[in-house]
Ligand binder design. Structure first.
Ligand code: GN1
Ligand code: MG
Length: 344
């Protein structure tokens, strides 16, 4: 029963009637998300504090961005949280888990799959615009909500740690994936050199730019606003452009088991680049532009490593609905990486 999952104290703190109609929504791997139909419609979320151990940092980064955007880009739609009755962004339930509330943005939809160059371009414009609009902020005011989140060297180290401690049994189940992952290790060196050269500007990036983290207008299919701002924090443009490429170019998602269905849709890739750069190019250096082709490969590799490491550690991070789901995801991403490496 939904009512038993959502504590009444939480509903009360947000001023939601216990009679509101509440249904689970969303396809995220981390939090639990619900649609609340009360006098108005809301999105209520239980924040996974096992993953986000410092949810206050999310709230602070979002508050800073929201204040900056409403001052300098007042027309920009930034999905700020609805505070509780005391003006707090988070309400802690008795079990220690924080909850937060958003207004539902009417007449919008999310998509899990890009079916046209227009959708790809729109999504890339949406994420590019956010970073461009925040170009003038002092990045030092924003703290990492997850440390070293997209640090490829660190993710590779984590993968190696899991490899060193996993049982032979588990390792033999993913022997092929382990070998593939190790073969792409040269990307870690490329990444480290790129970061150490200082050629990428630190910016405020979204860091979770998968296609279902953008709201589209139900009718015009234009991008309305970006959502899921948990990882809005300092980062590099390659993280955002890269995750767009990772989640959009293939005709199938990261969940697809049949690897022969994975592919590279050139026209979608070009639409992503053209959309993202139409927003961001004016703020980018020549060296950053040179790093554009690296973005998709880097982010696809990082996800392959993360899924594989989670499989090796016994699936403690990503929500799974069947036993070898993280293996499937890792394999999928490694195949996509191979195709990307041959294509860009
Ligand atoms: C997670 O929860 P969700 O779906 O927004 C993950 C992202 C991955 C994504 C892969 C905090 O995002 O980094 O790209 O799964 N978020 C976190 O689908 O780990
Ligand atoms: Mg997320």
């Amino acid at each position: 029963m939904i009512e038993s999952i959502i504590p009444l104290t939480v509903l009360d703190a947000f001023g939601i009637s216990p009679k509101a109609v509440i249904t689970p929504i969303g396809s995220g791997h981390i939090h639990q998300t619900f649609l609340v139909a009360d006098k108005n419609k809301f999105v209520l979320q239980r924040v996974n504090k096992i993953v986000f151990t410092k949810p206050e940092i999310i709230a602070t980064n979002n508050r800073l961005a929201s204040a900056y955007l409403s001052k300098y880009h007042p027309e920009y739609l930034f999905p700020a949280v609805v505070p509780d009755n005391h003006g707090h962004p988070l309400v802690y339930a008795e079990d220690g888990f924080p909850w937060r509330l958003y207004s539902l943005i009417d007449n919008t939809i999310t998509i899990d799959f890009v079916s046209s160059t227009q959708e790809a371009r729109e999504a890339a414009i949406g994420f590019g615009k956010l970073t461009r609009y925040l170009n003038g902020v002092d990045c030092d005011l924003y703290k990492p909500t997850l440390d070293r989140f997209h640090d490829l060297s660190w993710r590779y180290e984590q993968f190696e740690t899991e490899l060193a401690t996993a049982s032979e049994n588990i390792k033999s189940e993913v022997a092929e994936e382990i070998e593939l992952a190790q073969n792409f290790n040269y990307l870690v060196k490329e990444y480290s050199e790129l970061i150490q050269s200082g050629s990428l500007k630190q910016r405020i990036t979204h860091n979770d730019t998968k296609i279902n983290n953008i709201l589209f207008d139900r009718v015009t299919r234009e991008a309305v606003c970006v959502i899921d701002l948990d990882t809005l924090m300092p980062g590099y443009f390659i993280y955002d452009l890269g995750d767009l490429v990772r989640t959009c170019v293939s005709p199938v998602s990261e969940e697809e088991r049949e690897v022969t269905k994975i592919g590279f849709r050139k026209e979608i890739y070009e639409a992503l680049l053209s959309g993202y750069l139409s927003e961001m190019k004016s703020t980018m250096t020549a060296e950053e532009l040179k790093a554009v082709p690296f973005a998709g490969k880097m982010m696809t590799y990082i996800m392959a490593l993360r899924f594989l490491a989670d499989f090796l550690r016994g699936n403690t991070y990503y929500h799974i609905t069947y036993p070898d789901q993280n293996k499937v995801r890792a394999r999928n991403q490694l195949y996509l990486l191979k195709i990307l490496s041959d294509s860009v």
